[in-house]
Design a protein around this ligand. Structure first.
Ligand code: ACO
Length: 334
């Protein structure tokens, strides 16, 4: 257990709204197929904003909600699989945007599980002296790595960013990070692939360059083995949440909400049946936003907090699963 309290959240949702009907004008698909297979009706795509900008806007809102000064932030971690630069990191750019001069900064890639990994990391850093406030930003421009001629992937994804400021909970606070369960299955890496740079320089012959580890032929565009990812997602989501509840020594019926990664409503519903939980506690917002990778969980949390749905003292499980393959769950008291 870690003394961790979420003291402010904020999101940036780009304006460009793309409906299922609009997707059907660029690939051979239709609203009925997409809605029944995924639960997604609309997604928002970047209107030209870079990843750093979306993240910085989300962070500004989180900072305003928290009431703390940017100079009080000790660490900035950005989760993204779609940074604008290899260097500087997105976190360094956001530090500059906010004037958070006292923070150390880095980006972290755990694909769609990024926010869960970052929350775990924040709990651990906050348990050491000298670190009091951490900014976690999840910012994703997935449209940059989506092939809009591939109907099996392009209908699934959206862009967006969300941020949370987490601080050390004070004595008397009910807020805490009760447990985390993180994991990875590298042997499933080939199920979800987007390639980075090619291996080329003036002193290597083309025929010496190694073939792609995953036989991925689409370069930086996402390639996905949909049914393998589906099975992994249902299993890892349910197993990790149940393990996290056991670790936290609470019953599944004590959870007020489960906020899963918003990949696909069928995944979420199948996992809920495996966990035997009341579907009413599951948060599902993929209908309006699509799959925004690591941003999907904090976008939901921010919306719940702003709507007054999530109240202090509520017990929440979050669960991420995605490329890597990675998975993770965390249970916290808000
Ligand atoms: N519109 C119409 N038809 C389509 C579309 C589309 N957008 N996409 C695929 N199809 C067709 C296929 O071509 C195929 O046609 P065929 O039978 O003539 O060959 C048919 O639909 C069935 O294709 P499948 O891939 O078998 O469809 P499936 O029922 O598995 O659904 C889906 C695909 C929704 C991607 C599913 O596999 C899934 O939910 N997988 C989980 C993956 C996921 O959510 N990934 C998100 C990113 S990863 C992450 O965030 C963890």
């Amino acid at each position: 257990m870690f003394d961790l309290k979420i003291i402010g959240t904020g999101s940036f949702i780009p304006e460009t709204l793309v409906t299922n009907e609009m997707m059907a004008t660029i690939v051979d698909t239709n609203d009925e197929w997409i809605t029944s297979r995924t639960g997604i009706s609309n997604r928002r795509l970047s209107s030209g904003e870079p990843t750093w900008y979306m993240g910085a806007e989300a962070a500004r809102k989180a900072l305003a909600a928290s009431g703390i000064d940017a100079l009080a932030i000790d660490m900035i971690v950005v989760t993204t699989i779609t940074p604008d630069y290899y260097t500087p990191s997105t976190a360094c750019i956001i530090q500059d945007e906010l004037g958070a001069k006292n923070a150390f900064c880095f980006d972290m890639n755990a694909a769609c599980t990024g926010f869960v990994y970052a929350l775990d990391m924040a709990g651990r850093y906050l348990s050491t002296p000298g670190i009091n406030n951490i900014l976690i930003v999840a910012s994703e421009n997935i449209s940059k790595i989506v092939d809009y001629s591939d109907r099996s992937t392009c209908v699934l994804f959206g862009d967006g960013a969300s941020a949370a400021i987490v601080s050390r909970a004070q004595p008397g606070d009910s807020s805490a990070l009760l447990s985390t369960v993180l994991g990875a299955e590298g042997d499933g890496g080939g199920f979800l692939v987007s390639r980075a740079l090619d291996l080329k320089h003036p002193f290597v012959a083309d025929d010496k360059i190694w073939p792609d580890r995953f036989n991925h032929t689409a370069g930086h565009f996402i390639g996905m083995a949909g049914q393998d990812v589906y099975k992994f997602a249902v299993r890892s989501m349910s197993d990790s949440i149940m393990k996290a509840a056991e670790k936290a020594n609470i019953g599944m019926d004590e959870l007020h909400y489960i906020v899963p990664h918003q990949a696909n409503s069928r995944i979420v519903e199948a996992a809920a049946r495996r966990m035997k939980v009341d579907p009413a506690i599951l948060i599902q917002r993929m209908q309006d936003f699509g799959n925004t990778s690591s941003a999907s969980i904090p976008i939901c949390l921010d919306e719940m907090i702003r709507e007054g749905k999530l109240k202090r003292g509520d017990k929440v499980a979050i669960s991420g699963f995605g490329g890597g393959l990675t998975y993770g769950a965390a249970i916290f008291v808000y």
